[in-house]
Design a protein around this ligand. Sequence first.
Ligand code: M6R
Length: 610
Amino acid sequence: MCGIVGYKGHQQVSSVIVNGLRRLEYRGYDSAGVAIIENGHYVIKKCAGLVEDLEKLVNHSQLKGTVGIGHTRWATHGAPTNENAHPHLDYTGKIVLVHNGIIENYQTLKKKLAKNGVEFVSQTDTEVLACFIGSIYEKVQNFELAVRLALSEVEGTFGIAVLCLDEPDMMIAVRRGSPLVLGLGNNEFIIASDASAIVQHTRQVIYLNDNEMAVIDGDTYVTKTIYDQETDSEIQEVEFELEKIEKGGFDHFMLKEIYEQPETFHNAIRGRLLSAEGNVKLGGLGPVRDKIRAAKRIIITACGTSWHSALVGEYLIEQLAHIPVEVEYASEFRYRNPIIYPDDVLIGISQSGETADTLAALREAKQKGATILGIVNVVGSTIARETDAGVFIHAGPEIGVASTKAFTSQVGVLAMLAIYIGRMIHLSQREAKVIAQELEKIPQKIQQILDNADKIKEIALQYKDAQNFLYLGRGLNFPVALEGALKLKEISYIHAEGYPAAEMKHGPIALIDENLPVVFIATKDDIYDKIISNIEEVRARKGKVIAIATEGDTQILTLADHVIYIPETDSMLTPILAAIPLQLLSYYISVALDRNVDKPRNLAKSVTVE
Ligand code: M6R
């Protein structure tokens, strides 16, 4: 979590930093701050609140300077207060620092420093790190050396940008576990947690690796490890269209991203579906094709929405490729010494490519000899770089904290992966053709659902005051129920649970009364009759039924209070279409409740801490 920006160049640094932080605000938004060097002194402005609150402070103070660092925070250690906001100054007043990550041994370091009389003004691990660097700097009087020595004793994760008042021409950025990108402009350098804060200035970037630092000194820079070995970092050109990270006329990023799905889904399948041949082309998997063919099982690991798409993937791969699939929460998997065989293939799914638990699970599997693959959105992200091979979903930047377009594209990629593996083993060309052709029609079917958004808005307004929601689905629609419930709770703060519809009888049925809206994903498939029985059970207890149903199904009209139709498709691809009305339902409920849709409380877009 947290977004970092550092700038050294010829522009007024305060506006560069504030603009950069605005782009990174999806990473955390409970407090923000900036430190700049102005006439040989630090000026530090920080506050609890949003980047726009910081901007007011900064504008009011008319800061002047060309070197500075900034931060937008998602609190880990210490509440979101002015004192805990970054940047943090050390006790000598010389070192100032912004940090993304967690210093795990901060208590030990803090005690050591306190014994020597250091007093702390915040509850953060970051201030401890600033003071620790400061204490070493006092002894060695060499800024870079002090940073390196300190970090070699630090446990945990960090992406940091640091300044030292004695070296006003120098800025140091270091990464372990939390992403950092160095942008190389025209006589200017910009450091940021991701490229979105950089592209306005330059497209030439270096992605720092773990334990790697960038030392910017005057007009030059060097990259090296924290153990002082120079590294040969590759300069890459970021492909990034600026308008993709603007709202483009929509009220919220989330709505824009929901409406982008016909296009983003098309981008996920473009050039990959070989419908006529009944196959798919996934170039990124070429180097590991034989390993995939030989795999006795596949493990998919992910968090949140990506975990829901993994559950859909389990059905798809088992159905089409007949390989057993296990789906694991990355956070659980990594800590239970999982049994991994060298012929296992482990797939990490992550929109951001930076989720700490997913990354750690992949590393664990790699260490145990498995082949690790990524299904990732962000090109250049850590998971994309560390996996043996993978498939990008090409959904473009997803800024809304609630994941929408990434889900549909992930499922699209998983469907193609299932065909890819299936065709290597036993899936017939005919069966593959049917699914591939159906995948091609998905963008237009998504558009059809979006064109009927008004009906969903009406339903949302009727149920906005409900205290609880239940989402039920069976088979492939069970993960969709989980996803629908997650979308609603994270942006509206209404309690919602997703459940396999048949499991309802074993507990949740006790919740049902005339005040409980129950959302059924009741599309036409071979277990349709079973879900109809579950709807009857809810009706018998006076629950309000909102059904997502297949176009042309008239039976459902007699059972449900509200029906939202989606176009017919192959039942294996239903989750892609069924997710869309659920995204819209939660969006409209949240707007009606006046929630901060794009920046829901307590959340951040990517969870780069455990
Ligand atoms: O970037 P990732 O896909 O790895 O993120 C995983 C989850 O943090 C993410 O899906 C989260 O649950 C979203 N807020 C859901 O909308």
